[in-house]
Design a protein around this ligand. Structure first.
Ligand code: SAH
Length: 229
């Protein structure tokens, strides 16, 4: 990377962060999230998004847009990554489950905030590439599994928080079961080929579930490989 490219990238990153902060404010009346916490902002600042996008998309890495990563999948829009992370509120001792590793970008952001992150991806090539990428970046507190994330990751449960980065027709019951009492699930719910409802679901200490719609979003579908029974 030349100095000029490095300089451009640094200023593009700064502008992107400003955009994400502004967008958080602009959507606060819908999301209830008026500002990003210091921890989330720092994680967004520190994770190099250009390491998660394909070479031909490098110039667009610090634009606030989702980008194609192959196999018909996308790396999420930075604002949505920041918002979903803020809504999940992982604490430093938290064990978090992510469904839909994709590029591993959201995984890396979560890994800076939580104690341990487990992430499930159904496309083997993406799971492998993300595993390699995170290892190259020295992210050590992450484990990636190639499987149907609609089933959660029972061996590693229960989780303090679960984030789903693909759109589910309905909330998979396995995910609710694998959430600790007091835990949160952040998930886009709705049909594919249209916008979905980003929902924050909180499992009360007695197991009672409360759900609130936050924002209209567009995600690729959560594909279920096995029939639901
Ligand atoms: N968080 C990712 C976004 C990836 S897009 C990022 O920032 O890059 C959603 C991902 O969910 C895709 O990679 C897709 O293959 C994956 N996915 C879809 N259905 C799935 C399922 N049932 N289990 C696990 N992953 C799934």
């Amino acid at each position: 990377m030349s100095d000029a490219a490095g300089f451009d990238r640094a200023s593009a990153r700064r502008r992107l962060l400003e955009r994400v902060v502004a967008e958080t404010r602009e959507t606060a009346h819908l999301t209830g999230c008026h500002e990003l916490s210091e921890r989330v902002l720092r994680a967004m600042e520190e994770v190099p998004r250009h390491r998660f996008v394909p070479a031909e998309q490098l110039d667009l890495a610090y634009i606030d847009r989702p980008l194609p990563i192959g196999r018909g999948q996308t790396i999420s829009q930075p604002f949505i990554v920041a918002l979903m992370t803020e809504l999940l509120r992982p604490h430093p001792r938290a064990t978090v489950l992510e469904i839909g590793t994709g590029s591993g970008y959201q995984t890396a952001v979560l890994a800076r905030l939580a104690h341990r992150v487990y992430s499930v991806e159904r496309i083997p090539e993406l799971a492998e590439a993300a595993t390699r990428r995170l290892a190259d970046l020295g992210v050590g507190n992450v484990e990636i599994l190639n499987a149907d994330g609609g089933l959660g990751w029972a061996e590693k449960a229960p989780f303090d928080g679960i984030m789903v980065t693909a759109a589910a027709g309905e909330v998979p019951s396995a995910l609710l079961e694998q959430l600790k009492p007091g835990g949160r699930l952040v998930i886009p719910v709705g049909q594919q080929h249209r916008s979905q409802d980003l929902r924050v679901i909180v499992k009360g200490e007695q197991g009672k579930v409360e759900s609130r719609g936050v924002l209209s979003v567009v995600f690729v579908p959560l594909v279920r490989d096995r029939p639901l029974i």
